[in-house]
Ligand binder design. Structure first.
Ligand code: BDR
Ligand code: CA
Length: 324
């Protein structure tokens, strides 16, 4: 069993990630923290509670966190995720209540009291994580790993070079990538590769199980929004987005990573929020021309078996994957 915590800005693909995390028999979802990103933080909390309902989750605590980035105002992504941030599915309100404490208090408590080290999966702007790491740096000693969906070693999406979660709060991302815990960057280089086929999406949508049906409807939305985006792993497919990062925690063998120097660009201007990854291979270049600024070493995901994760996601949501 792998104990996990999710930090989310639910979000179509965050919702897929929550559904998968609840349903995968090898993962135990200990709690969820919410942050402003795809939509405002109160809407993120409401969306997350609805997803837990559909998943049939037990009493998973959900806490509200930061309502804006460390320095800048909040900037949403409703053009991708819909007016309610979750594809405007018209779902009924949840009767679940959020936890009374702030997200960083919930994360601290759950990390420090868990009997085994926890994997913290960040699927959103990293404001909550940065606040947690600055307020309670001791948490890193009890973290197995931080899996970050964010960043890119190639092109961006929010800007030509910056990925949305890092672009939204670059200072927070710099704090997370520079922390003492082992960090894996599941960035845009692999993000669009994990896909569900049209047939898998249709099978999920037709299910009588509320969690599987919700996943199918969300994947339909993802396929419609992405259209013929060349980054999507297969024609007509829907990318799993954030859920791919949770698949990679459940089955790490589908991801190839390399430990590389990485730095977040914090200067204002066109490149703000870019994750600069030093992939130079010519021996001597780094030493001769200098690499002193590229100090943080992060496991950067460079290749993904996207079909494997598409299958895994579908089988888990349809209840066809048993406990090991
Ligand atoms: C990331 O940005 C958000 O819109 C998605 O939920 C995902 O976490 C992709 O850049
Ligand atoms: Ca997200």
């Amino acid at each position: 069993m792998t104990d996990i915590l999710l930090d989310v800005d639910t979000g179509v693909d965050d919702a897929l990630a929550v559904l998968f995390a609840v349903r995968h028999p090898g993962l135990t979802l200990r709690g969820v923290s919410c942050v402003a990103g795809n939509t405002d933080v109160d809407q993120v909390v409401r969306n997350t509670l609805k997803v837990l309902d559909a998943a049939g989750a037990g009493a998973v605590p959900v806490a509200r966190g930061a309502s804006r980035p460390l320095l800048e105002p909040h900037r949403d992504a409703v053009h991708v995720h819909g007016r309610d941030g979750m594809a405007d599915l018209g779902l009924p309100a949840s009767v679940r209540e959020p936890a009374p404490e702030h997200a960083i208090e919930l994360l601290r408590r759950l990390i420090l009291t868990n009997p085994t080290p926890v994997t913290l999966i960040s699927l959103a702007p990293m404001t909550n994580l940065a606040l947690l790491l600055r307020a309670y740096p001791e948490v890193t000693t009890k973290l197995a790993r931080i899996m970050v969906m964010g960043g890119s070693a190639s092109v961006g999406n929010a800007s030509a070079v910056a990925e949305f979660n890092v672009w939204h709060d670059p200072e927070a991302a710099a704090i997370v990538f520079g922390c003492d815990a082992p960090v894996t960057m599941y960035g845009l280089d692999v993000f669009y590769g994990a896909t569900a086929s049209p047939a898998q999406t249709a099978e999920l949508a037709a299910s009588t199980d509320p969690g599987a049906a919700m996943a199918g409807r969300l994947l339909h939305h993802a396929a419609r929004i992405s259209g013929d985006d060349h980054r999507i792993g297969q024609p007509g497919g829907a990318h799993l987005g954030d859920a791919g990062a949770v698949c990679a925690v459940a089955e790490p063998a589908g991801l190839r990573t390399r430990r590389l120097p990485l730095q977040v660009e914090l200067a204002s201007g066109l490149a703000r929020g870019q994750t600069i990854v030093d992939r130079r291979s010519l021996a001597g270049d780094a030493e001769y021309h200098g690499s002193a600024l590229l100090a943080e070493r992060v496991e950067v995901a460079l290749e993904i078996d996207g079909d494997r994760y598409g299958r895994l996601f579908t089988e888990v949501l349809l209840g066809r994957v048993g406990a090991a």
